[in-house]
Design a protein around this ligand. Structure first.
Ligand code: MN3
Length: 293
């Protein structure tokens, strides 16, 4: 089962202006084949379906614990999409076509389907699909797939970074490059334990260091690339049997018992031209007063 903390894994900067086309590009990192929905659901189902947890617990703990971190990653990318879309349209009567800016935006679904918030879809609007989940039951093959998935995810993050200078998007990507880097090394270490093969010699894929990205570098300077968070009150302790020793780039690996401190979830304003959340500002204030009682 899950407990939930009402915070984002980092504090996101607030945008100075709307950037709906950056939001459309960022969708790839949420609902694309190599997006956070895919890492989340791959590790989640691999943990649900894991065989011989009694004997192979460190590998189970690693997959289950990383799955839980990924739940916070979809949350972070969704918040980024929402912030980038914020302010794209202004209130107005229907005959004034207040949603007209959405007509020429890359993703019209943001304006028609979700009232300018995140979709479970990629940058072209294609819905995330369950067959992005690979779970063969062969532990080495599943871990090898996860290593590949994280490297593909890294490539896509870097390409989206190269598509937008938006500081909100880049902050999120910088952080997730570092966290994805942890997961790449973690799956490589798990495979080394099982087979003796050192996959870290292939890294980085693609051949560019995280430190080349200022928004990733600052998180690495805080040691986050060497840190595995344990996302549980008491469980998944055996991650420390895999996440130990030195990082391929140097420095000691460490397990932190608990989540990152994180940042606040933004409060999204009402968007009357989208009829969301469906009450006027005065009615919302009135409701808030009533709910206080
Ligand atoms: Mn992730």
């Amino acid at each position: 089962m899950y407990l939930r903390i009402d915070r984002l894994q980092i504090e996101l900067p607030r945008p100075e202006e709307p950037d709906p086309n950056a939001a459309a590009a960022v969708q790839e990192l949420l609902g694309g084949r190599f997006g956070e929905m895919s890492t989340l659901m791959n590790y989640t189902y691999q943990s649900f379906n894991f065989r011989r947890r009694d004997q192979l617990k460190p590998f189970y703990d690693l997959i289950a614990n990383i799955a839980t971190e990924e739940l916070g990653h979809i949350e972070l990318v969704a918040a980024t999409v929402n912030l980038l879309l914020q302010g794209t349209t202004e209130p107005g009567a229907p005959e004034e076509a207040p949603l007209e800016p959405g007509k020429d935006a890359r993703n019209t679904h943001h304006f028609i389907a979700t009232a300018q918030t995140a979709l479970v879809a990629n940058s072209m609007g294609q819905p995330w699909q369950g067959d992005y989940v690979f779970n063969s039951g062969d532990l080495v093959l599943d871990l090898l797939h996860n290593f590949f998935l994280e490297c593909g995810a890294r490539l896509h993050k870097i390409r989206v970074y190269e598509m937008t200078r938006n500081p909100v998007a880049r902050e999120m990507i910088g952080y997730l490059l570092v966290r994805g880097g942890v997961h790449i090394v973690a799956y490589a270490k798990a495979l080394e334990k099982l087979t003796g093969v050192d996959l870290t010699r292939m890294l980085p894929i693609p051949k560019i260091e995280n430190a080349k990205f200022p928004e990733a570098r600052k998180f690495e300077e805080r040691g986050l690339h060497r840190t595995l968070y344990r996302f549980s009150l008491k469980d998944y302790q055996d991650v420390a049997k895999i996440w130990r020793g030195t990082h391929p780039d140097g420095g000691e690996l460490q397990v932190v018992d608990g989540p990152p401190e994180g940042g606040e979830i933004p409060i999204y304003p009402d968007v009357p031209e989208e009829f969301a959340p469906g009450f006027s500002a005065e009615e919302i204030a009135e409701l808030a007063k009533k709910l206080q009682r």
